[in-house]
Design a protein around this ligand. Structure first.
Ligand SMILES: [Ca+2]
Length: 474
């Protein structure tokens, strides 16, 4: 056993383990049966050590007291000593059993067989229906999940981690709905799940060729032999604009789409989009500048995740977080002078750029979630591939508001990004009024779509970090 693992065990047993330690310990014990046996031995040795130490301390104290007291009480002391030793032994054993039971990690070694599938971790609002036809109830970390179970996470910060006995894990994020869970069954049936909505990261242990794991979404089915992948079902899983994005970071996955006859193999560092009117193909993940992946006719962007910012005319965009109610990690504020009239803003105004990989060609309607800290600052200029489309302006934005096609306050022309072809494009924002704060951006092919609240989950985003350009360095 490595010294690091031994240190980890020790920190846990003396109660000094951090949250990261607990996670590392659980991972180690879940994946390596040998480590589970070592941990059980460690617990037992620790108990014996605690017992021996307690007896040694007690014996030394007894010797001191015996020297100071008359022999008449020797019989009483002997009786008390035996009771003390029994209490110490019982206490140490109970502590060790509680340690083992708390994480539920040693069931295979000490408490009978491990469940085929369990809910290993819960954060935020998570509900579970155990078995087909059951009602959703608040989830409890460690609970076993019977065949047909459903797990629902609600809210952007909700998380649930599911663990199979072979070390395969599934992580459910944000507003997500995982149904019809099944572990390995008789007759060659492998693990299977249905991601009805939301986002799932799967880390799948090597599966037998005769018993692969199958992940289903409303638009695709994925055959997995052992790999790490991410699945995003967006934006409306059952609507006309729905789609599935499959991202593979290790190994490979065979993807069969609802709208294509032939499956496609998606390999390491590749992704595929499954949607109507989109060719099912494997594409390399963005690796240089970061780029968003459009799925099902919609792109959702956190403004602070810009690909590039270009400073001009003494102005810039700065990331801030002082105004409450934003989505993601913050928002971008225009730290610049007004450029309300069109005096060549594309070349003169400070700019934010967002690279996007489009699969669905067509006309995209532009929405921006905007707020102004003062009476001004409720507009900006926007465009595609460096070509300006005009202003997007509101009339006052004391709170966060979505400005777009259907907004009655929008006084901009009803322009949209027309005839966007598949492939990579750049969405541009330019300063129009200083202090305008931009939280999120949405492009949608649906002319009737209107975002509410913070809006949907952010689109998949891959690649390197933002590139900052000095003024005039184009
Ligand atoms: Ca934001």
């Amino acid at each position: 056993m490595s010294a690091a693992a031994e240190d980890l065990f020790d920190r846990y047993l003396v109660g000094a383990a951090t949250a990261e330690d607990l996670e590392a310990l659980e991972r180690l014990l879940t994946r390596e049966p040998q480590m589970r046996r070592r941990f059980a031995e460690h617990v037992q040795w620790s108990a014996l050590f605690a017992q021996a130490l307690a007896l040694r301390v007690k014996t030394a104290a007894n010797v001191r007291r015996a020297a100071a007291r008359p022999r008449a009480s020797a019989r009483v002391r002997g009786w008390r000593g035996r009771v003390w030793r029994l209490l110490v032994l019982a206490g140490a054993t109970a502590a060790c059993v509680m340690i083992a039971a708390r994480l539920g990690l040693l069931r295979g070694d000490l408490f009978g067989p491990r469940p085929a599938l369990r809910l290993a971790r819960v954060e935020g609002r998570v509900r579970v229906a155990t078995g087909a036809g059951s009602v959703l109830r608040a989830a409890v970390a460690g609970q076993a999940l019977a065949a047909g179970s459903r797990v629902v996470t609600e809210g952007a910060s909700a998380r649930a981690r599911l663990a199979y006995a072979d070390g395969t894990t599934l992580q459910l994020l944000g507003d997500s709905d995982l149904r019809e869970l099944a572990a390995d069954g008789p007759g060659g049936r492998g693990k299977s799940v249905v991601l009805a909505a939301g986002e799932l990261t799967a880390d799948v242990a090597a599966q037998g060729r005769a018993q692969p794991m199958v992940l289903h979404t409303p638009h695709a089915s994925l055959t997995v032999l052992g790999t790490r992948l991410k699945l995003v079902v967006a934006p409306e899983p059952n609507g006309p604009f729905g789609g599935t994005c499959v991202v593979v970071t290790r190994g490979s996955v065979r993807v069969r789409g609802k709208w294509s006859a032939e499956p496609v193999l998606v390999g390491e560092r590749q992704y595929a989009v499954v949607a109507e009117h989109v060719a099912l193909e494997a594409h390399p993940l963005p690796s240089g500048r970061r780029a968003f992946i459009e799925v099902g006719g919609r792109v959702v962007i956190e403004a602070e995740h810009c690909t590039e910012r270009v400073n001009r005319s003494g102005g810039t965009w700065v990331e801030e977080g002082g105004l409450p109610g934003y989505g993601g990690a913050g928002y971008m504020r225009a730290a610049a002078q007004n450029m309300r009239e069109d005096q060549g803003y594309a070349a003169r105004a400070a700019e934010l750029r967002y690279e996007i990989r489009f699969s669905t060609p067509g006309t995209y309607y532009f929405w921006v979630r905007l707020r102004s800290p003062g009476p001004w600052g409720d507009s900006l200029w926007y465009g595609l591939d460096g070509v300006g489309y005009g202003p997007r302006a509101g009339r006052g934005a004391a709170e966060w508001v979505w400005l777009g096609q259907a907004n009655p306050n929008a006084n901009a022309p009803r322009g949209a990004l027309r005839d966007v072809g598949s492939g990579q494009h750049v969405l541009n924002l330019w300063v129009r009024e200083g202090d305008a704060c931009v939280d999120r951006l949405i492009l949608s092919t649906d002319p009737d779509y209107t975002p509410a609240g913070v809006g949907p989950r952010e689109s998949p985003l891959y690649g390197g970090v933002e590139t900052a350009r000095p003024p005039g360095a184009e």
